[in-house]
Design a protein around this ligand. Structure first.
Ligand SMILES: [Ca+2]
Ligand SMILES: [Ca+2]
Length: 367
């Protein structure tokens, strides 16, 4: 099956200055990455039918791995909300929720009603007077499983008829640094919201799952979705090495832990080290029979004895981190090898940079 690429993207500071750090590498994603609920079914590469055009149907698809709302994301998809305009119902909700695979109530609830705590982006095609829906198709930013517009975060905002029997491009972007959420339909920005979603909605925990729900009621429409682009960052505790890298490590290859970064001349780890360290924690947790040897190396600048000590302290800092995350100290050993084992000539800055490294060796201890 042809696969959609999931590219993990991290913005630093300003929207214009984003780039892909080495620890966020591309991964494949496919329909198998989603859990289907109610009447949802796979209808093609990255495409799902959420509901058929009959009354009282509902369908959900949830991405199986969580994302971190402390990081930016972008999701782009094509929606088809059916062929009936004045008689079409009820719509879709793009939902964020701390649990995976939930389905809220159908009908006017669109599979979202009742999910608490939650954030929901609705595309509503049926006017329910008591919910303060406008007669036109509309979008809104909902919270805590409530589909009425009494206390939603934004909207309702009317949009051109979306039940056109054709596909409509739907794009959501979240700028975590500036707390800005934007929704685009067919290339036009239709909703903008600024707010601290992590604090205000999810009580400070940025780890959420996301999914799409749709439902019909006394009236109906067929609801379909195809994912085009998913760019997001998983929470730290869900990070994994690329399968090839994990295989190398588990096969006994001695490899530099490239993500490990320190303050110059010190053993204090930088925050940028955390993703790779958490990958290492997860790998060791998944392979409880394996132990790890951590070896610190420096370049040849400065005093040899100081370098030896620094390399040992840097290796120890990683050992301490693994142990602090629940890996038994019996499985973790560390050594400082100073400047004795360069992998490149120390004559250039680039060579010295490669020589300053922490290598890890994962092995199965003899019984
Ligand atoms: Ca309509
Ligand atoms: Ca409605």
């Amino acid at each position: 099956m042809e696969q959609l690429y999931l590219r993990l993207l991290l913005f630093f500071c300003l929207p214009m200055s984003f780039f892909l750090p080495s620890y966020l590498r591309a991964q494949n994603v496919s329909v198998e990455d989603f859990r289907l609920g109610a009447e949802a079914m796979i209808i093609g590469d990255n495409c799902f039918r959420l509901t058929e055009a009959y009354n009282w149907a509902s369908g959900t698809v949830w991405y199986k791995k969580p994302i971190s709302l402390a990081e930016p994301f972008e999701m782009e998809m094509e929606l088809n909300l059916g062929c009936k305009d004045s008689e079409g119902a009820d719509g879709m909700v793009f939902a964020f929720y701390p649990g995976m695979g939930a389905t809220g109530r159908a009908g006017e609830g669109m599979g979202f009603r009742g999910l608490v705590p939650s954030l929901g982006i609705e595309i509503d095609t049926w006017e329910n007077d008591h919910l303060l829906d406008p007669p036109q198709d509309h979008i809104a930013l909902l919270q805590h499983g409530q589909v009425g517009h009494y206390d939603n975060l934004k909207g309702p905002i009317t949009i051109p008829n979306i039940e056109t029997c054709g596909k409509h491009n739907f794009r959501i972007t979240w700028d975590a640094a500036f707390h800005q959420l934007r929704i685009y339909i067919d290339g036009t920005e239709r909703l903008y919201y600024q707010g601290n979603i992590v604090e205000d909605i999810f009580f400070g925990d940025p780890k959420v799952y996301w999914g799409v729900t749709a439902a019909t009621g006394k009236y109906n429409n067929r609801h379909e979705i195809c994912f085009k682009k998913l760019e997001f960052v998983p929470p730290l505790d869900h990070l994994e090495f690329h399968p090839r890298h994990a295989h190398q490590l588990l096969s006994g290859d001695v490899l530099p832990l490239k993500g490990a970064k320190y303050k110059p001349g010190k053993a204090d780890m930088l925050k940028a080290s955390l993703p790779d360290l958490n990958r290492l924690v997860n790998l060791l947790k998944e392979n409880p029979e394996m132990s790890i040897d951590i070896m610190g190396h420096t370049d040849n600048q400065g005093d040899e004895a100081t370098n030896q000590k620094l390399s040992e302290q840097r290796a120890k800092a990683i050992a301490d981190y693994l142990i602090s995350k629940g890996i038994s100290g019996k499985r973790v050993s560390f050594r400082g090898l100073g400047e004795s084992f360069p992998i490149k000539p120390n004559t250039t800055a680039a060579g010295r940079s490669q020589n300053r490294r922490v290598e890890i060796h994962i092995y199965k201890p003899q019984a």
